[in-house]
Structures are given as structure tokens and as C-alpha cells.
Write a protein that binds this ligand. Structure first.
Ligand code: FMN
Length: 444
């Protein structure tokens, strides 16, 4: 019997918060971004709520003007490895860039996380948008946007090839005969490509999931094609349900165009729900969050999208500055989204910054209101699920205790985990090792 289609839920571990001023809330721990205890508590709550996964974002270049969570944060694989030991079911998804790392190391890190966690690892592949990152990696230039995606494609070929180095059962461990491994079931990759030359094999056996789950979070044209072709989960941004539906329809059509089953590609917008006892109570809590922010936060988000460009130099009430050329090689999708709004609504810099500083989003309300909106997005083809940010301390608990039971009562969310691996939570098959058939044949 086919399983009912359920909403997929991830929770983003974001320490002191997403914005420039979240950390100033009276209930926020200013050391949250590097506090194991803080993350352990959030992980336990998300697992109690039967979330599919925890998500850790990342970046590799800061300036003193970066947001507080950027200024002090754990390396993603490290914190998720620690959380693997204190959780048992929830998926663990780490962001790791292909522009500033080596596929051999990364294949090994994710294989290790998959083993440590009993099959719960996921990799969010990003290409890094901040040009200054090059300066931290002995490079003089940041690769151009299109090249970064070409790198990403080849990089993923190499990593997935390395994950297949060892067939199932290749580590025989037969003490009697003295055979530790079966060399017939060990494969060198011998990859020679445009960007990488990697011989292999990987020095760790096939992992519980066979291949950790692949996430992607780019939304430009190149980013969408890469995701539609290779990703299993897409973490995306949607301003409203309509934008969500347009993105969803576009990427699922691209996936079908690449010959894929679009139901095996999950599209999850990031959202910041604010749950209150009533709709009015939730509005008051939203105002509490909004009151912490200033125009500086909006200017900060703009800088981040446009390659750390300084927007403080412009007149706030003049037309939006001409910065398209700066953004296109950086976070292209974010740049184009902002510039489209500027054009369509003739916005000044101040108006854009204000919107970015205190986005209200669609998910502010009583538990029923929030559950209704989640259901509406899910059922109208705007999302297969959501990645939840916690805009206010205590919101994760409220979501788990008040919203999830409503979704469960409506048959929209699991009441318990059916399986143990992250792939099983998502209903994704465990990929075959590319070599198994060959060696089965040769063994026959
Ligand atoms: C919702 C969302 C989350 C993202 N999270 C990260 C992240 O944690 N680290 C990172 O380097 N890039 C992140 N990105 C950036 C993308 O991975 C990508 O590198 C960037 O947006 C440029 O590609 P694009 O122009 O195709 O969007 C994120 C993008 C989106 C839309």
C-alpha cells in the first residue's frame, strides 16, 4: 500500500538567530551559536516532534559587519557528529561548499557522519557566494557563478563515486582465513575531469544509507538545473505561497525533463513561524521580534546578498542603487529577486531594507492558523514541507507541542518514525552500488 504523503520538516540550528539583532532578545543565550548544550536541547525537542532532520547552514568568510551567528559558529560536520551521539532518529544535514574543499575529504566526512549516526547524514551542497572566501583558501579569485556550478556537478560525481568504493559486505572480517576485505569488491574511481583528478578508493566502508541524502540551496537558473538534476531535497526561499508554487512547478518540471520522478525531489522553503495562544497573541510576539530590528538589519541582509557590498554609503531615500553587476556573480537568485521587486514597485533603498529587516511571513498566528497555512502551502503545490527557523526563543517547543499535533490529527504528519535512516524518513530508496551488478556477474 502506498504510504500517505506527509509534510517533511527540518529544523535549522541557528544559534543566536538569523538576523543582526535576534541575539538581543532577553531570553536568547548570547553564546548559543557555540553551545553544545543549546543545540542538544533543540535537537531533542525536534526529535520529540518527529522532525525529519536538523540542518546546519554555513559560510567561510566574515567581516566585522557580518551577522552575529556568522561571527561565531560551529563547523557543521563537527556539531552534527556530536549531536549524532545524543539523538537516535532525526536526520543530520550539514552545509559544505564545493568551491573551497576537496571531494576526497568531503566524501570521507559525510561517510563518517553516516556511520556515526546509523544512516542519518545529508549534505547541503553550496557553491559559496561571498567572493572574499577566496582569500581564506590561498586563492586570488572566486570562481565565476557558472563555473561554480560546473565545479559542483563534477564534484558530486567524484564524491558519489567515492561513496561506492566498497561494495556491500566487502569488509569480510574473516578471522579464520585472515581475510579482512574482499578486494574483488573494492573499486578505484580513477576520475580525471575538468577540475578534479581523484584516484580513490575511499578509506571507509559503504555507509548505512549507501549514499547520504543530497540537498541543494541555489535558486538561479543554473542552481535550479543542478538541483533538478542531482538533489533529493531543495532548501529554498519563498516570499509567499504564489512564489512558492511558481518555483515548485518550475523545478519539478525541470526534474521530469531530466528523466527523474519528481516525487523523489522534495522542495522545502525556509519559514519562521510565530505561534501564539491566539492570532492576536502571535501578532504581539511578531511585533516583539520586529521591535528588535532596525534598518541596519535590512542593510546587512542586502550586503550579504550582494557580496558584502556596503549599502550604508547610499542615500536611503533615493532610488535603489545600480548594483546588479555585483550581485550576479554572488547570490544570483537573491539578487534577481530583490531587483525584480525594486523594478515592479519602484522601491527606494529604505523600503527594501525595511522589508528585509522584519519580514512577517505567512506563518504568524494561533496553532490552528499556522497549521492551516502549512496545509494550504503543502496541498496547493507550494511545498513538500518546510525548514523551520526559530525567530523567537521558545517557538520550537510551541511548534512541537501545539502545531504538530494538529498536523498529525489531520493525517499530514507522522506520529512516529517508521524507519531508522534519514532516507527511510523521506521515503527515498537506498541507492544501489554502481559496481554491485558487475561483481555479482563476475562471481556467478
Ligand atoms: C534558502 C537558502 C539557504 C542557503 N544556505 C546557504 C548556506 O548555508 N551556505 C551557503 O554557502 N550558501 C547558502 N545558500 C546559497 C546557495 O547555496 C548558493 O550558493 C547561492 O544562492 C548562489 O547560487 P544561486 O545564485 O543559484 O542561488 C542558500 C540559499 C538559499 C536560497
Amino acid at each position: 500500500m502506498p504510504q500517505p504523503r506527509h509534510i517533511k520538516l527540518g529544523f535549522i540550528l541557528h544559534g543566536v538567530g538569523r538576523t543582526w539583532n535576534d541575539w538581543r532578545h532577553p531570553d536568547r543565550d548570547v553564546n548559543a551559536s557555540t553551545s553544545l548544550a543549546h543545540y542538544q536541547k533543540q535537537a531533542a525537542t525536534a526529535e520529540r516532534g518527529k522532525f525529519d532532520f536538523l540542518f546546519v547552514a554555513d559560510s567561510l568568510s566574515i567581516t566585522e559587519k557580518s551577522s552575529p551567528h556568522y561571527l561565531n559558529r560551529f563547523e557543521p560536520i563537527t556539531i552534527l557528529s556530536a549531536l549524532a551521539a545524543t539523538t537516535s532518529r532525526i536526520g543530520l544535514v550539514a552545509t559544505l561548499t564545493v568551491s573551497y574543499s576537496e571531494p576526497f575529504n568531503v566524501a570521507r566526512q559525510f561517510a563518517s557522519l553516516d556511520h556515526l549516526s546509523g544512516g542519518r547524514a545529508g549534505w547541503n551542497i553550496v557553491t559559496s557566494w561571498l567572493g572574499d572566501t577566496a582569500a581564506n583558501f590561498s586563492k586570488t579569485e572566486h570562481p565565476p557563478h557558472a563555473v561554480r556550478y560546473r565545479i559542483a556537478g563534477e564534484y558530486l560525481d567524484v564524491v558519489q563515486g567515492l561513496w561506492d568504493s566498497w561494495e556491500e559486505g566487502a569488509h569480510v572480517g574473516d578471522k579464520k582465513s585472515g581475510r579482512f576485505v574482499d578486494p574483488q569488491r573494492l573499486h578505484r574511481l580513477d576520475h580525471k575531469g575538468e577540475f578534479f583528478q581523484v584516484r580513490g578508493p575511499l578509506n571507509i566502508k559503504r555507509t548505512p544509507q549507501g549514499q547520504p541524502v543530497i540537498f541543494q540551496a541555489g535558486a538561479s537558473d543554473d542552481g535550479r538545473n543542478f538541483a533538478a538534476k542531482r538533489a533529493e531535497v531543495i532548501f529554498t526561499h519563498a516570499d509567499d505561497a504564489e512564489a512558492g508554487r511558481a518555483y515548485y512547478a518550475d523545478v519539478k518540471a525541470r526534474a521530469r525533463g531530466f528523466g527523474r520522478d519528481a516525487d523523489q525531489l522534495f522542495i522545502l522553503p525556509g519559514i519562521s513561524p510565530i505561534v501564539g495562544e491566539t492570532d492576536e497573541d502571535a501578532e504581539a510576539r511578531y511585533r516583539e521580534v520586529a521591535a528588535l530590528e532596525s534598518i541596519e538589519t535590512g542593510l546587512g541582509f542586502l550586503s550579504r546578498t550582494f557580496n558584502d557590498h556596503d549599502f550604508r554609503q547610499y542615500d536611503l531615500d533615493a532610488p535603489f542603487p545600480d548594483v546588479e553587476h555585483i550581485g550576479l556573480n554572488s547570490q544570483q537568485s537573491g539578487t534577481l529577486r530583490i531587483l525584480k521587486q525594486v523594478r515592479e514597485e519602484n522601491l527606494t533603498l529604505r523600503q527594501v531594507a525595511e522589508r528585509l529587516a522584519t519580514p512577517r511571513g505567512a506563518f504568524v498566528g494561533s496553532p490552528e492558523t499556522v497549521a492551516d497555512r502549512l496545509q494550504a502551502w503543502f496541498e496547493s503545490g507550494a511545498a513538500d514541507g518546510f525548514v523551520i527557523f526559530e525567530p523567537l526563543p521558545g517557538q520550537l517547543d510551541l511548534f512541537v507541542d501545539k502545531v504538530i499535533p494538529i498536523l498529525q490529527a489531520r493525517g499530514l504528519f507522522r506520529t512516529d518514525y517508521d524507519g531508522t535512516t534519514f532516507r527511510e524518513h523521506l521515503g527515498l530508496p537506498r541507492p544501489d552500488n554502481r559496481y554491485s551488478r558487475t561483481s555479482e556477474k563476475s562471481a556467478a
